[in-house]
Write a new protein. Structure first.
Length: 128
């Protein structure tokens, strides 16, 4: 088995673990500042970002598999479809959380942003 092929998968699992830790920390911060409902809201927002990153990981693996089978157009289509699906999923999750579950908007968005910043930091660090 190729060790180099496993490295991105291991790194992405570490990133998702780190994102979950930040989601818990963001929720804990709201516990001390606001209350229990804001904790749930912040954690929910963080989970939206974790779900998005997990779907990105899955899409990259699928696209990589298509490239290895010399199907570059399929790989490109998978990446674009995955981006659209992730975007819609984030919108639907926010709509459910804010409109249906009546979560605290500031805490939900704050949790999402905190976890998303971890993702952006990791992407910037990997680029270097």
């Amino acid at each position: 088995m190729n060790v180099n092929a496993q490295e991105p998968s291991l790194e992405s699992r570490r990133l998702i673990g780190l994102q979950l830790m930040i989601a818990v920390l963001a929720a804990a911060g709201f516990y001390f500042g606001r209350g229990a409902w804001e904790v749930v809201s912040a954690f929910y927002g963080g989970l939206i970002s974790v779900l998005s990153a997990s779907l990105l990981r899955y899409g990259i693996v699928k696209a990589g598999s298509a490239v290895s089978h010399d199907d570059k157009k399929k790989s490109e289509a998978l990446l674009y479809a995955g981006a659209a699906i992730r975007f819609l999923l984030v919108l639907v999750c926010f709509a459910i959380g804010l409109a249906v579950l009546k979560l605290a908007p500031m805490a939900t968005v704050s949790g999402f942003i905190a976890v998303q910043l971890v993702f952006l930091y990791a992407a910037n660090t990997a680029r270097r």
